[in-house]
Design a protein around this ligand. Structure first.
Ligand code: ADP
Ligand code: MG
Length: 551
């Protein structure tokens, strides 16, 4: 009564398969990492279901087993996880591509780099089996009681075959991949497979068995005492977690007992790992309860402005059967979040102080995201201390903090001046900044629209008011000496004054509604004029932003 149906792959999947099969750069052994990672996900999901509904517990050991069949030249990866129904097989590994696939294809086409890390990050792992195989057989049985076992077979070219099996199978998935002739030598031995697993999958939290032996050795590194962990282990774990081939620039491992117990292991990547255009959905901290994974990429454990942080949190204080929905406004999660936020900001402050070079790397990679923290009023000071700017007193390379600025202020100066400019060159020609140049008063240069919001939210730092140079109360600057005395305007004679008034009136007449007023200024020395908006109005850059938004 078994029936086999044939289905075509979506065009996108065809393209994907083509890239994977023909990629020259990719380290082909990572196909095993991907299959093991899927097996581990399936086991996590099974454990999650069993925690919620103990009646589902059938006492099948959660486990991944890998074997090599000499005769068939096939590698089998079997798990006792959640399995898939027919619909799920079709949705997950058949017709419908993940949102990540299209992006992956685009990226893969543009990059000369190895695809190893792209494959893991874009959720196209299953298909990597076709880098070493030209026939894959999946047999799977969902944990759902009435779902029949399903078999999926494909040569990874244009179509796949789906059969509803009569056979009774325990829940879980078995994936058998038949090696291509030229891959047999490279991957056709259990010893080789052991090596690959311990290299790429050492931190998987379920036993991985090969030839009756457990291969992966470390679980829940974050629960180990710090002094027992070697730096290489942190690095290995980071790479396992993120697929980032580079080491992190900072590692933060700590445990807290009150007001809530948790262990956390967090990393700051050297690059923005979402640079591949995945917008900002691909972030969050993996949440464990007593070593059991509850949710990957939980977005409530850190504020979004710290979303460049990767890592895990494990707490004793939540119930294992907590649902993902109730996690959102859970009080304990809120407490973990505020503690972690403070810890991360303090660590960054420490890096900024002790290791400015590393901090500069951090700033280069993550400033864009980080700046959104101007809304975190609870951590306003720490946040402000971490900001960096280009400035009229910097060489254009080194960045300036508020503290650097404060150290250099003139005696009696109570303001930190900033200006929104297009570039350093433009700043040098900006008539609003002329007086600051003349009086040798430092001005912070802002280049991005968000900087404006940052300054608007902060308003002050330590005893200093943040002031847009364009709107500065120029009388406050009178007390500071000018370098270019000779250029300062001599008082106008009565006649000159009349001429100037006439000129201003004429200009107003010509410009009409385009300007509110034309005023004579005695403060400009090099520039013939400057444009300002009427008192109290928004800065010109804010105006630009509003214009764009109103369009
Ligand atoms: P990702 O793991 O990022 O989702 P993959 O291509 O590796 O992408 O896997 C695609 C999907 O196929 C998975 O999300 C999962 O739904 C399903 N899948 C793959 N392997 C298994 C497995 N061993 N058990 C259950 N489901 C699986
Ligand atoms: Mg996967």
């Amino acid at each position: 009564t078994e029936q086999t149906e044939k289905f075509e792959f979506k065009a996108e999947i065809n393209q994907l398969l083509d890239i994977l099969v023909h990629s020259l750069y990719t380290n082909r052994e990572i196909f095993l990492r991907e299959l093991v990672s899927n097996a581990s996900d399936a086991l996590d999901k099974m454990r999650f279901e069993t925690n919620r509904d103990p009646a589902l517990d059938d006492e099948i050991e959660p486990q991944i087993s890998i074997s090599y069949n000499e005769e068939a030249k096939s590698i089998t990866v079997a798990d006792t996880g959640i399995g898939m129904t027919k619909d799920e097989v079709m949705a997950n590994i058949g017709t419908i591509a993940h949102s990540g696939s299209a992006e992956f294809i685009k990226q893969a086409a543009d990059t000369n780099e190895s695809l190893d890390s792209l494959i893991g990050r874009f959720g196209v792992g299953f298909y990597s089996a076709y880098m070493v195989s030209d026939k894959v057989v999946v047999r799977t049985k969902s944990f759902k009681k009435d779902a029949p076992a399903i078999q999926w077979i494909s040569d990874g070219k244009t179509n796949y075959e789906l059969t509803v099996l009569d056979e009774e199978l325990p829940h879980g998935t078995t994936i058998e991949i038949f090696l291509k002739e030229d891959m047999v030598k490279r991957f056709g031995s259990e010893d080789t497979l052991k090596g690959i697993v311990s290299k790429h999958s050492n931190f998987v939290s379920f036993p991985i068995m090969i030839g009756g032996e457990r291969v992966n050795t470390v679980t829940a590194l974050w629960r180990e005492p710090k002094f027992q962990i070697k730096p290489e282990q942190y690095e290995e774990f980071y790479k396992f977690l993120t697929y980032d081939p580079q080491a992190p620039i900072s590692t933060l491992h700590f445990s807290v007992d009150a007001p809530v117990q948790f262990n956390s292991l967090l990393f700051v990547p050297e690059k923005d790992l979402d640079i591949f255009g995945m917008d900002r959905d691909n972030w969050g901290i993996d949440l464990y309860v007593r070593r059991v994974l509850i949710e990957r990429q939980n977005k409530n454990l850190l504020p979004e402005y710290l979303s460049f942080i990767k890592g895990v949190v494990d707490t004793e204080d939540l119930p294992l059967n907590i649902s993902r929905e109730t996690l959102q406004d859970n009080l304990l999660i809120g407490k973990i979040r505020s503690t972690m936020t403070k810890q991360v900001l303090s660590q960054l402050e420490k890096t900024a102080k002790d290791d400015p070079e590393t901090y500069a790397k951090f700033w280069k990679a993550h400033a864009k995201i980080f700046k959104a923290g101007h809304q975190d009023f609870l951590n306003k000071d720490k946040y402000a201390n971490l900001l960096r700017f280009d400035s009229s007193k910097s060489d254009g390379e080194a960045l300036v903090s508020f503290d650097d600025y404060i150290e250099r202020v003139k005696e009696g100066q109570k303001e930190i001046y900033y200006a929104f400019v297009a570039s350093r060159e433009a700043a040098n020609l900006n008539p609003h900044l002329e007086i600051f140049r003349n009086k040798n008063i430092e001005v912070l240069y802002l280049y991005e629209p968000i900087d404006e919001f940052v300054m608007e939210s902060l308003r002050e730092h330590k005893e200093f008011t943040l002031v847009s140079a364009e709107y500065a109360d120029l009388e406050k600057l009178d007390k500071f000496e000018s370098a270019k005395k000779e250029h300062e305007a001599t008082p106008l004679s009565e006649e000159q004054s009349k001429d100037m008034d006439a000129l201003a009136a004429k200009m107003k007449e010509v410009l009409g509604e385009q300007v509110a007023e034309v005023k004579i200024s005695e403060r400009l020395s090099d520039s013939p004029c400057r444009l300002i908006s009427p008192n109290g109005a928004m800065t010109s850059s804010m105006e630009k932003i509003m214009k764009v938004m109103n369009k």
